[in-house]
Design a protein around this ligand. Structure first.
Ligand SMILES: Cc1cc2nc3c(=O)[nH]c(=O)nc-3n(C[C@H](O)[C@H](O)[C@H](O)COP(=O)(O)O)c2cc1C
Length: 354
C-alpha cells in the first residue's frame, strides 16, 4: 500500500470493506479475527461496549458502516457531510510520513452531499444493514456557503440526517475549508448550535449534538467558545481535529511531506490533543462528556486521553499505519491498566490524573 497514492490506498480499503464487510458471514470472520474485549462505559445515556470508535473522515459517505463494528470499533462516526455535494480539493491531497506515523490531508470535505448520504443510510436500513452500535454523523459547512449563512447550512444537513445517526458532531475545525475555523468564535458558534437545536426541538428529539475543536485554538479562545456552545445547549466536545502546526521533521522525506499544506494527524498530534482534553475537562468536565481524538494509537496514548478527561475515544491515523488490530490491542491494554490501577470501571478512570 505504501507505494500507491495514500488516497487510492484508503479508497481501496473502504471499498473492500463496503463490499466484503456488509454481510453477516464476513462480519463473523472479521469479528473473530479482531475480537475485542468489552470495557463498557455509559455516555450520553448510551452504553458503549468499550470507548474506542472510528473518527470522522474515514467513512465519509457511510458506505462501509457495518464493517467497522466487525473490526472491533464500539461506535462509528461517518462524514463529514455537507449540505451540497463537493469534489474537495485537487489531488493529491493526502500524504503519509511513515517515519513520523503522521498524515497530512487537505481533502476539503469531498462528499456526495446530505441528500445522497441520507439515501445511502435509508437503503442500508431497509436492507437490514444498519450497525448495532452507536453511530455519529459529522457535519461540515458547504464550501459555497459563507459563515453568515453557516447556521442554516449546518441545520439543513442536521435535519436531513436526523433519523440516521444517534449523535451529531458539528465540525467547525477542519483546516481545509477556507474560513471554517472562524466559526469557533462565540457569536458564530452560538448561532450554529442554536440553529441545530431548533431543528432537534422540531423533531421532539434529544439526540446529543457535539462540537469538534481544533487543537490550534488558544486556550482562552477555546474555553470561551466552549462556554458559548454550552449556553446554546451543546451536549459534549471532541478534542481534537487535525493541526496546521508541524513537528520537527525526522528526515528529508518527512520535511517534504510536512511542507504540504493541510491538517496533520497521527502520533505528533497526541500532546496537543491531550492538552486540550485536559483543559476542557478542568473547566467543563462536570457539565458534559469529552471525547478524545488525535494521536491515539495504543493503550498508553488511550490511557492518557482517558485519565486527562476523555470518556470516549476515536482514532483515524493509527488505522492507516497499524490496520484494525490497533482496536483489540488498545482495548486489551486499557483493561489491563484499569486492573493495575485498581479502578472498578472506566468511568472511575476518566479524569483521574487531573
Ligand atoms: C484524510 C482525513 C480526513 C478527515 N476528514 C474529517 C472530516 O471530514 N471531519 C472531521 O471532523 N474530521 C476529519 N478528519 C480528522 C479526524 O477525524 C481526526 O480528528 C484526526 O485525524 C485526528 O485523529 P488521528 O490522529 O487519530 O488521526 C480527517 C482526518 C483525515 C486524516
Amino acid at each position: 500500500m505504501k507505494f500507491i497514492d495514500s488516497e487510492k490506498a484508503h479508497d481501496l480499503s473502504v471499498n473492500v470493506l463496503a463490499k466484503f464487510g456488509q454481510n453477516r458471514g464476513s462480519q463473523k470472520i472479521l469479528s473473530s479475527i479482531y475480537r475485542t474485549p468489552s470495557t463498557p462505559i455509559n455516555v450520553f445515556g448510551k452504553l458503549f461496549r468499550h470507548p474506542l470508535g472510528l473518527a470522522a473522515g474515514f467513512d465519509k459517505s457511510a458506505t462501509a458502516l457495518s464493517a467497522w463494528p466487525a473490526l472491533g470499533f464500539s461506535w462509528v462516526e461517518y462524514g463529514g457531510v455537507t449540505r451540497y455535494p463537493q469534489d474537495g480539493n485537487p489531488k493529491p491531497r493526502m500524504f503519509r510520513s511513515d517515519i513520523d506515523l503522521a498524515l497530512i490531508n487537505r481533502m476539503g470535505f469531498n462528499n456526495p452531499g446530505a441528500l445522497a448520504v441520507r439515501d445511502q443510510c435509508i437503503s442500508r436500513r431497509v436492507s437490514g444493514k444498519w450497525p448495532q452500535v452507536p453511530v455519529a454523523a459529522n457535519i461540515g459547512r458547504s464550501k459555497s456557503v459563507d459563515n453568515n449563512r453557516a447556521p442554516n447550512d449546518y441545520a439543513e444537513t442536521f435535519s436531513l440526517l436526523y433519523d440516521h445517526a444517534d449523535l451529531f458532531v458539528l465540525n467547525v475545525s477542519s483546516p481545509n475549508t477556507p474560513g471554517l475555523r472562524e466559526l469557533q468564535e462565540d457569536d458564530h458558534i452560538r448561532d450554529v448550535v442554536s440553529a441545530c437545536i431548533r431543528v432537534r426541538e422540531s423533531n421532539y428529539g434529544v439526540k446529543p449534538i457535539l462540537l469538534k475543536f481544533s487543537p490550534d485554538l488558544d486556550d482562552d479562545v477555546l474555553l470561551s467558545c466552549a462556554g458559548a456552545a454550552l449556553s446554546a445547549g451543546i451536549d459534549g466536545f471532541i478534542a481534537t481535529n487535525t493541526t496546521i502546526s508541524r513537528p520537527v521533521p525526522s528526515n528529508t522525506r518527512s520535511r517534504n511531506i510536512f511542507a504540504e499544506s493541510g491538517g496533520l494527524s497521527g502520533r505528533p498530534l497526541l500532546s496537543q490533543s491531550i492538552q486540550k482534553i485536559g483543559l476542557l475537562y478542568d473547566s467543563v468536565g462536570d457539565k458534559v462528556p469529552i471525547i478524545g481524538c488525535g494521536g491515539i494509537e495504543d493503550a498508553e496514548s488511550a490511557w492518557s486521553a482517558i485519565t486527562n478527561g476523555a470518556s470516549l475515544l476515536q482514532l483515524y491515523s493509527a488505522m492507516v499505519f497499524q490496520g484494525p488490530s490497533v482496536v483489540p490491542r488498545t482495548i486489551k491494554g486499557i483493561k489491563k491498566k484499569l486492573n493495575e490501577n485498581g479502578f472498578k470501571d472506566l468511568e472511575e478512570a476518566v479524569g483521574s490524573s487531573r
